[in-house]
Design a protein around this ligand. Structure first.
Ligand code: ADP
Ligand code: MG
Length: 313
């Protein structure tokens, strides 16, 4: 049955009209929908439930993540509004964020002025603080998942959390993971290396100690590294770790395992010492030495920046 030109299988029922395509991620398509009665606009994220099925049953984690998300409420986190199921499709209705992804902004303008960077950083640090206090690790902090809600004042919202880690099919997992590689904390890499490169010989070639135990996947400090990499990218115009060519993934892995992050590119474009200092602290290889949110907010680069919202600290 296909009653709508948008949305795969659900036509919005009696409540919504599908009015456009907003974006496509590694495992979901997001549509713009409008309520039939009031004309309010929302975003509807369409997911194929079959991708979350393990041994014939829906992954418990998927359900619990969805429940967590329904209860999150923060000015810098995309609000989840409602959820509809139609056959094997799930539609998560959420607040509509009108100005696109931070990644699009970076592609358009190269890099972002430091004053805007400070505002974005404070807001995302507040969002991370809110999540981490509730023992939720985002695990996919990257410019594609930071959406722009307003330009003046500049307001950003963190989106797309929780669900990607419940995906059970390996192809999607790999796709999601590759997209994130640029911002991924080094302690997460051994997992990826063993997944992609399988053999111990190849892992050794990547400079990885093969006896290293797998890290705890829920350590919140992985988000702090990723966000450090995002701030680096925002202010510099390119991420701290890159790779080239067909073997880009392996090269990036190699770089992060064997090379120190080079902070010169930040200085070359005139980024302040205070900003470089915070980024350097966040990009610490030792997860336990990365600053927590409160420390970031007290840092000289951020402490005098006025918040747009009043936060409960
Ligand atoms: P995936 O989990 O597949 O990466 P996302 O949740 O990141 O999916 O959504 C894919 C894209 O859809 C986003 O990168 C963004 O461009 C767009 N999008 C997602 N949520 C919203 C929203 N609430 N408002 C506007 N656009 C959105
Ligand atoms: Mg995404």
């Amino acid at each position: 049955m296909r009653e709508s030109s948008y949305g795969n299988h659900w036509n919005g029922g009696s409540m919504y009209n599908f009015t456009g395509l907003l974006g496509k991620g590694a495992f979901a398509t997001v549509y713009r929908v409008q309520t039939k009665k009031e004309g309010d606009i929302y975003a509807a994220k369409e997911l194929d439930k079959r991708r979350f099925i393990k041994n014939g049953v829906l992954d418990m984690k998927f359900d619990s993540e969805l429940n967590i998300m329904k209860h999150l409420q923060h000015p810098n986190i995309v609000n989840y509004v409602d959820c509809h199921t139609y056959s094997h499709w799930i539609y998560i209705l959420m607040e509509y964020v009108p100005f696109g992804e931070l990644s699009q902004e970076l592609r358009k303008s190269g890099r972002i002025a430091e004053a805007d960077g400070q505002q974005i950083t404070r807001q995302i640090v507040h969002a991370l603080d809110y999540l981490h206090r509730r023992n939720i690790t985002h695990r996919d902090i990257k410019p594609d998942n930071i959406l722009i809600a307003s330009r003046s004042p500049l307001i950003v919202k963190l989106s797309d959390f929780g669900l990607s880690k419940c995906v059970t099919d390996q192809e999607t997992f790999l796709k999601t993971f590759c997209g994130t590689l640029l911002y991924c904390a080094p302690e997460v890499y051994p997992d990826y290396a063993s997944y992609k490169h399988g053999s111990a010989q190849k892992r050794r070639r990547l400079g990885e100690p093969i006896s290293k135990p797998p890290p705890s996947p829920y350590d919140q400090s992985v988000d702090m590294w990723s966000f450090g990499a995002v701030i680096f990218h925002m202010l510099c115009g390119k991420p701290p770790i890159t790779g080239r060519g067909d073997d880009r993934g392996a090269q990036m892995l190699n770089n992060i395992m064997t090379k120190d992050v080079d902070f010169k590119p930040l200085r070359e474009v005139g980024v302040s010492d205070a900003a470089v200092d915070l980024i350097r602290k966040l990009l610490n290889r030792n997860p336990s030495l990365r600053p927590k949110e409160a420390e970031c907010l007290r840092h000289p680069w951020l402490r005098n920046v006025a918040d747009v919202f009043e936060y409960d600290l």
